[in-house]
Design a protein around this ligand. Sequence first.
Ligand code: AHG
Ligand code: MN
Ligand code: MN
Length: 343
Amino acid sequence: MNEIVTLDEFIIKRQKDFQYATGELTGLLRDIGVAAKIINREVNKAGLLNILGAAKVENASGDVVQKLDIYANEKLISCLQNSGECCGIASEENEDFIKVDGIDGQNGKYVVVFDPLDGSSNIDVNVSVGTIFGIYRRKSDKKGDVQLNDFLQKGSDLVAAGYVLYGTSTLLVYSTGNGVNGFTLDPTIGEFCLSHKNIQIPKRGNYYSVNQGYYLKFDVEMRRYIDYCCDMNLRLRYIGSMASDIHRILFQGGIFLYPNTRKYPQGKLRLLYECNPLSFIVEQAGGKAMNCKLNRILDIPTEHLHQRTTIAIGSPDMVDEMKSFVERYTMPPISKAEENAAI
Ligand code: AHG
Ligand code: MN
Ligand code: MN
């Protein structure tokens, strides 16, 4: 029989290989693993919760069943707050960051950022959702309170990142900058067990993933690239949960795109909570991630907590191909002379 390695055992074993080896980072990853198990339990009975919710509304008890993304947010925050291993939290669901008090007056040296439930519109129809997280080392003095600048770091400063997928099985994938590993939740023992060692993304794949309904809203260079994907008979898969779409691409190869549209001129997805952690994972697995202006996602300066970005991410050869379409088909800006001639 193969040896079973649980997430906790793996994290502890890896702690000594890690250049900043401290119990704090190990503890943080474990806290996230615990929150993921609690969220998983609720996700699995989401349909049931709706039934109970309806009954409660009728008996006028005043209890309102929380939307699952609020529930996931609260569980993650409370798991991280209780352990006191980080000094601050920023979540897609909260406008501002949250300060966390250390235990025995000792402030933690990490901050955690997350999208507690990614693709939450999938919940009501039993389709997979995820949790995405990133961990940064704080920059401000450990003696004082956590500062906004502790969160406004580039993706390349991430110390660890990962995601949890609540799908046909529940999987936690993470990296501390030394490869990517995946753990499947064994519900019979309630533990995440190592199931996918040293994940490597294929150089190219047969899938492209984009909301093709917005095709006419994309810039011409992106439309040309999508036309090319169609010409190449690539298969279109789009779940509406970035974590789930990236998960397929990580294992089977492909490209995920969320370009700018008229509604979202800067792109829709959040740099801090979605794009940076997933780009960190994809790069660690040998892939690439850039915005539609061809800047590496992990190098984009973070100016505010809820900053959005466009993104093209996935198999390295496919991202390079997308890049060549952008270089070839981007319209040059209209010059003053052309503008005047048009009047
Ligand atoms: P969230 O549920 O955290 O708001 O994220 C949803 C995101 C992302 O996961 C997904 O790829 C995208 O929004 C879907 O957006 P469209 O419906 O515009 O395609
Ligand atoms: Mn999301
Ligand atoms: Mn979300």
